[in-house]
Write a protein of this length. Structure first.
Lengths: 287, 360
C-alpha cells in the first residue's frame, strides 16, 4: 500500500473523475426529467381557476366516468396491441433467426424494419386510406363479391389496433430476434440428446430462455402504446377517447394545464406499476 | 504525463462557460427579434400567400403560433412574458374574455374600415367593451350542414332533423369542436344559442348522443374535411363553406345548406395586445388583413376558406360564387352566434362533449 497514493492529490482527482464523467448524464436527467416532473407534479396540485393548492384535478379523474373510461379504453387497447404484437412478432423473429440463411438475415431484418423509415403520421394516414370505405380492403372485398356493402374498418378501435400493431411488431421482432440469436445452439443439442423433439425443445427450452426478451419488448410496447396520441387520433375517428387524447383535450381546448398534468401523472403511475411488475417478474425469473 | 491530463472539473467549468455564452447569444438573438411581429393565430393566417405581401411591403418578419380554441390561446398568453405577442386571432364572442384579463388595446376605429364590414358581423356586443372597440371581425362563416349533393337528397339537408334520422345512419361525421355543434344541437331542439343555460344541458346532451349514434367519426378540421371529400361520409355536422369552398374545384359535388332551424355563425376577430412592443406594426398588420387584398387572401387561405368580413374584398367572381357571397344577407338573417358560456358552463359543456365522444 502506498500511503502517498492514498492521501495525496491523486486520490482527489480519482474521485472527481467518475463524478465529472457522470455529471452530464445526471444533469440531463435532472434538467429534462426530474425538474419537468416536479413542475408537472406542482402544476397537477394547482387549481385551474385562481391558482392555489387543490386536489380537485385528481378527484375529477376518479369521479368523472368519461375520464375513467378513457383509462379503461387505454388499458384495453394497450393489452390487445401488446398481445397481438407478441403473437405476430415471435414467429416472425424466429423465422428470421432460425430459417433465413445467415447471409440473408441482415437484409431480411432491414426489410422487416423498413416501415420504421417512414413518418409515423404518414404511416397512420396510409392505414386510413387502406381501411377507408373506399380504401383498398373494401374495394377488393366488394370487387370480388365477398361483401355487398363496405365494412366500417376506418375510424374504429380495430383501425387503432391495426396501426399500433404494424408499428410494434417491428419493435418486438428486433428485441426477440436479438434474444434468439444470443441463445447458444448447445441448449437445443442438449435437449435433443435427452430425447426432446422440436416442439418440446421449443416449449421447454427456447421459449423460456427468450421470455426475458419478450417481456422487455412487451414492456416497451406497453409504454409507447399507452402514451401515444397520434395513432388513435388519426385512426380511431374520436369514437372513443384514450388517455393521451384526454390529456390533449385539456391543453388544446381549455388550456387546463393542471388537469392535463394530473392525468399525465396518473398515466405515468400506471406505466410505473407495469414497470415494477415487469422488473419483479424478470428478477424472479433470474433467481 | 499527469500534466497533460486536463482536470475534469476545469473541463466542466469550460463547458459551463461555453453553455452560458451560447445561452447569452440566444437571449440576445431573441431580443433582436423584438422588431418582428409576433402573432397568435389560427391556421388560415399561416398561409405564406397571405403573409408574404405584408412582410415584403413592410420589411418585417411575421412570427406565427397557431392555437386551437380561445382557452388554449389565452393559456399561451398567460405563460408568456408581457410584450411577447403583438396581435391575436380570437373568436369574436370571446373578445371580452381577453379584455377582462387586461390583454387588449383599444383599436382606433378611424383607422380601420368598419364602414365596409357586413353590418351583421361587426359583433358590437362582444367587440365593444365599455365603449371601446377591442376587436375587428376579419372572417366569418357558418357551422351548419356540409354534404355531398350527389349522395344525399339536398331537400333533406334543409332540416337539422335529418342529422339524427335513420336514413343517414353511418353516413355522418361530426366536426370536433364543442361550441358550434352544441349550438347546432340547440337550434335542433328549438333553443337560441345566446340563451343556453345549465338547465338546457340534459336536452342538449340527448340531442348530441342522437347525432353521435348516427356518426361514423368525430374529426377535427382535416379529418372531417378528408372524410367528406373522400366519400367516407356524406354529411358533415358543423360543416359549411369552410369545408366545401376550398375543395370546390376538385369536388364540385360538395355543398352546404342553411337549414330552416338556422345555422351557427362563426366569426373571428383580430385584436392587438396592450403590451405589444410594436403597436404601429401591429396596427399595420390589422389594416392589411382588413384591406380588400388581405381580405381576399385570408378568405381563400389554403387552410380553410371563409367569408371576408369586408364587403369590398378583392375576390374574383368565381371565388364569390363558391363562397355564395351574394346570398350572405339571407344566410346572416337566419344565423345565430356561437354559444358564449361563462367559465363554469363552458367546463360543463366540454365535459358533456367528452361524454358524447366516449358514447358507443
Amino acid at each position: 500500500m502506498n500511503p502517498v497514493a492514498n492521501n495525496g492529490p491523486g486520490r482527489g482527482a480519482g474521485r472527481a473523475l467518475p463524478w465529472a464523467l457522470v455529471t452530464p448524464a445526471l444533469g440531463w436527467t435532472l434538467a429534462f426529467f426530474v425538474l419537468p416532473f416536479i413542475a408537472m407534479g406542482l402544476s397537477s396540485l394547482t387549481a385551474h381557476e385562481g391558482g392555489g393548492f387543490a386536489l380537485s384535478n385528481y378527484s375529477q379523474f376518479f369521479t368523472n366516468p368519461s375520464y375513467l373510461q378513457a383509462m379503461v379504453n387505454s388499458l384495453q387497447v394497450t393489452a390487445i396491441v401488446t398481445l397481438v404484437s407478441v403473437l405476430l412478432a415471435y414467429p416472425f423473429a424466429w423465422i428470421l433467426a432460425e430459417q433465413v440463411p445467415e447471409r440473408w438475415q441482415r437484409l431480411a431484418l432491414m426489410l422487416a424494419v423498413l416501415p420504421f423509415w417512414t413518418s409515423y403520421v404518414v404511416r397512420s394516414y396510409s392505414w386510413l386510406l387502406v381501411l377507408a370505405q373506399n380504401g383498398v380492403i373494401n374495394r377488393v372485398l366488394t370487387g370480388s363479391g365477398l361483401i355487398s356493402e363496405p365494412l366500417q374498418l376506418a375510424n374504429t378501435r380495430l383501425a387503432t389496433v391495426t396501426g399500433f400493431v404494424h408499428f410494434f411488431v417491428m419493435l418486438l421482432t428486433l428485441t426477440i430476434f436479438a434474444n434468439l440469436k444470443q441463445l447458444s445452439p448447445s441448449y437445443r443439442k442438449a435437449a435433443a440428446d435427452l430425447g426432446a423433439g422440436p416442439v418440446r425443445t421449443f416449449l421447454h427450452v427456447v421459449l423460456p430462455l427468450t421470455l426475458p426478451g419478450i417481456m422487455v419488448g412487451a414492456f416497451l410496447t406497453f409504454v409507447l402504446c399507452i402514451g401515444d396520441y397520434i395513432t388513435p387520433q388519426i385512426l380511431g375517428g374520436n369514437n372513443e377517447l384514450l388517455m393521451p387524447q384526454l390529456v390533449m383535450m385539456q391543453i388544446g381546448r381549455r388550456g387546463d394545464f393542471p388537469l392535463a398534468s394530473a392525468l399525465s401523472i396518473i398515466l405515468m403511475a400506471v406505466v410505473t406499476v407495469a414497470y415494477l411488475a415487469c422488473a419483479r417478474w424478470l428478477k424472479i425469473e433470474r433467481a | 504525463m499527469t500534466s497533460n491530463i486536463r482536470n475534469p472539473l476545469s473541463t466542466l467549468k469550460c463547458n459551463l462557460a461555453a453553455a452560458c455564452a451560447a445561452a447569452a447569444l440566444l437571449i440576445a438573438a431573441s431580443g433582436a427579434q423584438a422588431a418582428d411581429l409576433n402573432a397568435l393565430i389560427w391556421c388560415d393566417h399561416s398561409d405564406p400567400a397571405l403573409l408574404q405581401p405584408f412582410e415584403q411591403a413592410n420589411n418585417v418578419k411575421v412570427n406565427v403560433k397557431e392555437f386551437e380554441g380561445t382557452g388554449a390561446g389565452l393559456a399561451i398568453v398567460e405563460q408568456s412574458q408581457p410584450g411577447d405577442w403583438d396581435v391575436m386571432v380570437i373568436d369574436s364572442i370571446d373578445v371580452p374574455r381577453g379584455v377582462e384579463k387586461g390583454l387588449f388595446e383599444p383599436l382606433p376605429e378611424d383607422k380601420l374600415p368598419f364602414g365596409d364590414l357586413f353590418p351583421q358581423v361587426k359583433m358590437d356586443k362582444s367587440t365593444i367593451v365599455d365603449g371601446k372597440r377591442y376587436g375587428i371581425t376579419e372572417k366569418f362563416g357558418y357551422n351548419t350542414i356540409g354534404f355531398n349533393k350527389t349522395k344525399v337528397d339536398p331537400a333533406d339537408m334543409q332540416s337539422l332533423a335529418s342529422l339524427t334520422s335513420d336514413k343517414y345512419k353511418g353516413k355522418v361525421a361530426i366536426y370536433d369542436y364543442y361550441l358550434p355543434v352544441i349550438g347546432m344541437a340547440a337550434l335542433a331542439i328549438g333553443k337560441k344559442t345566446a340563451d343556453l343555460t345549465e338547465a338546457d344541458l340534459p336536452a342538449l346532451k340527448e340531442e348530441l348522443l342522437k347525432m353521435k349514434a348516427n356518426a361514423k367519426l368525430v374529426g377535427e378540421v382535416t379529418a372531417s374535411q378528408t372524410a367528406l371529400a373522400t366519400g367516407e361520409v356524406d354529411v358533415l355536422v358543423g360543416g359549411g363553406e369552410w369545408v366545401t369552398a376550398g375543395l370546390a374545384k376538385e369536388n364540385p359535388a360538395l355543398d352546404f345548406s342553411i337549414p330552416k332551424e338556422g345555422a351557427v355563425l362563426w366569426s373571428q376577430s383580430l385584436a392587438m395586445f396592450k403590451d405589444s412592443k410594436n403597436k404601429d406594426m401591429a396596427l399595420k398588420f390589422i389594416q392589411y388583413i382588413l384591406s380588400p387584398e388581405g381580405q381576399a387572401r385570408l378568405a381563400t387561405s389554403s387552410c380553410y376558406w371563409g367569408m371576408p368580413s369586408n364587403t369590398k374584398a378583392a375576390l374574383t367572381d368565381d371565388q364569390k360564387k363558391v363562397l355564395r357571397f351574394d346570398e350572405q344577407p339571407g344566410f346572416l338573417s337566419r344565423a345565430q352566434a356561437y354559444p358564449a358560456p361563462n367559465a363554469d358552463l363552458d367546463k360543463k359543456m366540454q365535459d358533456m362533449w367528452t361524454e358524447m365522444l366516449q358514447a358507443k
